[in-house]
Design a protein around this ligand. Structure first.
Ligand SMILES: Nc1ncnc2c1ncn2[C@@H]1O[C@H](COP(=O)(O)OP(=O)(O)OP(=O)(O)O)[C@@H](O)[C@H]1O
Length: 171
């Protein structure tokens, strides 16, 4: 089974993936596979531009976990999407050295359910597992991913509502 572990930057994907790898689960990091597919950069947004179509086309199927915010573009069997309260996400990203602008951009992407919407466009709800990491340690998040791999978890989505965050930001 190929399980995609996705979410906005800062939701904890890499931390969880490292724990899973430590427990013997095969994990591929999207970031380790995209180098040949970089076709430019966007200095305004401090991001690299990837030829996503070619990356998806040439990605060899994996028995295990694919971790990264593009994982849901792949034909995964199951998708775990990590969520985090945008205020907390913002603080995590600032602590990690992001500029305020970039941290805010990601907090807004989380508040607007951006990744969840992309996941919904590509997958049936029976294979989508949403998990909130705001007040949950990464070991517990890793336990959940292992439950999904072992078919012990129930698909779910729609429990994260960050509309208060958006309302508080309106002029
Ligand atoms: N469950 C958690 N509770 C508290 N802090 C966390 C949790 N998960 C991750 N963090 C912290 O948040 C920051 C971002 O974590 P991480 O790099 O795992 O996120 P990510 O989703 O992989 O981001 P990216 O997509 O940019 O790689 C790190 O400083 C990490 O220590």
């Amino acid at each position: 089974m190929m399980l995609g572990l996705t979410g906005v930057p800062g939701t904890g994907k890499t931390t969880v993936a490292d724990i899973l790898r430590g427990r013997g689960v095969p994990v591929i990091r999207v970031n380790d596979t995209i180098e040949p597919y970089i076709i430019g950069s966007d200095p305004d947004r401090d991001t690299r531009i990837i030829d996503e179509d070619r990356w998806v086309e040439e990605f060899p199927p994996v028995e295990g976990v694919v971790e990264g915010h593009l994982a849901h573009l792949l034909p995964c069997d199951r998708i775990v999407i990590l969520r985090c309260n945008p205020e907390v996400l913002f603080e995590r990203l600032i602590r990690r050295g992001y500029t305020e602008e970039k941290a805010l951009e990601n907090a807004l992407a989380e508040a607007l359910d951006t990744v969840l919407i992309e996941v919904f466009e590509a997958f049936e709800s029976e294979v989508i597992y949403e998990f909130e990491t705001t007040d949950t340690d990464s070991g517990t998040v890793a336990d959940f991913v292992m439950d999904v791999l072992a078919d012990r978890a129930t698909p779910s989505h729609g429990r994260c509502d960050w509309s208060d965050y958006l309302l508080n930001r309106m002029p």
